[in-house]
Design a protein around this ligand. Structure first.
Ligand code: ADP
Length: 309
């Protein structure tokens, strides 16, 4: 792949209003690769980016295109953050990680082309279904853990594992995306800073104790909890109260939980990071063998409880 373009700010551009849709041409040209994309349907927006389907004019292939207006990248730290995100993400190749294809710019915007995840994310599934069945929770969580295992083996921490960053393709395969808070770990260093607020923030991040791979395991614990019980373990009316609950490890596991599910969640939500299981240990946990784990799920399960068998 070509080198990452050195993103230059547009001079004199007025600061954009937050989240105003970027000006995106109907035809987008990647000059370096001589590729023209037709802009298709709007897929969603995040803190920085608006995302559209892009159709490659010569191959017909449809990808997801993340569009970031250059006016959102005026400050050096904003450009650094985006370069860091792309630098980590572009090297990754795994069935449970959103593939990053390319990175280019035109005078208005920076574009990142990504593997299309047309079935949105586990967040939309959760909003529609609330708690899912235990076989579904096994299916989704196992794929998430396969992705995390791959990242941790490469010494990468994602640091913002959450339902909205767990995308789904047409086959309902889970793909971890959004590497905006990801970082690489040297040796046994513990990270001291995190520029951003992860959704399922681990106590050692809140307490600024230094953090590492275990923060992703904590977040996977929160994700499994939400999938099974329909709400986050530390949820409360205010962020302050939620943080207090996280600091005090104040959560309860519903009494209808199966013992293997309850045991795995308790281990992943251990307040002491060194006592949490590693991704490898989670991957071979008894929970995944303690009942049915589908190899695929029907698209209907995005809205309805599936019937197994
Ligand atoms: P940001 O970096 O600004 O937070 P996100 O990565 O969250 O941007 O992407 C913004 C939105 O774009 C997502 O919430 C989702 O709706 C959509 N999106 C992102 N990546 C994809 C993808 N690979 N396939 C389909 N939609 C995507």
């Amino acid at each position: 792949m070509n080198r990452i373009p050195n993103i230059k700010p547009v001079s004199k551009a007025p600061p954009r209003k937050e989240k105003a849709p970027p000006e995106v041409p109907a035809l987008i040209t990647d000059k370096e690769r001589n590729t023209i994309y037709e802009k298709g349907r709007f897929l969603g927006k995040g803190g920085f980016a608006h995302c559209y389907e892009l159709k490659n004019r010569s191959t017909g292939e449809i990808v997801a295109g993340k569009v970031v207006p250059k006016s959102m990248l005026v400050k050096q730290y904003q450009r650094d953050k985006m370069t860091q995100e792309v630098q980590i993400h572009r090297e990754l190749s795994h069935p449970n990680i959103v593939k990053l294809f390319n990175f280019f710019e035109d005078p208005l915007n920076v574009y990142i082309t990504l593997e299309l995840c047309a079935r949105r994310s586990l967040m939309e599934l959760h909003k529609r279904r609330r708690a899912v069945t235990e076989p579904e929770a096994r299916y989704f969580t196992h794929q998430v853990v396969e992705g995390v295992l791959y990242l941790h083996d490469l010494r990468i921490i994602h640091r913002d594992m959450k339902l909205g960053n767990l995308f789904l393709n047409d086959d309902l395969v889970v793909k971890i995306g959004d590497f905006g808070l990801a970082t690489t770990v040297d040796g046994d260093e513990r990270k001291k800073t995190l520029c951003g607020t992860p959704n399922y923030i681990a106590p050692e991040v809140l307490n600024k104790m230094g953090h590492s791979f275990e923060v992703d395991i904590w977040a996977v614990g929160c994700i499994l909890y939400i999938l099974l019980f329909g709400q986050p373990p530390f949820e409360s009316k205010s962020l302050e109260e939620t943080y207090s609950r996280i600091r005090h490890n104040n959560y309860t596991i519903p009494s209808n939980a199966t013992p293997p599910a309850a045991a795995l969640i308790r281990r992943m939500l251990d307040p002491e990071p060194t006592r949490r299981p590693t991704a490898k240990q989670v991957h071979r946990d008894i929970f995944f063998k303690s009942g049915f784990m589908p190899t695929r799920l029907p698209v209907s399960c995005l809205t309805m409880v599936p019937k197994f068998g």
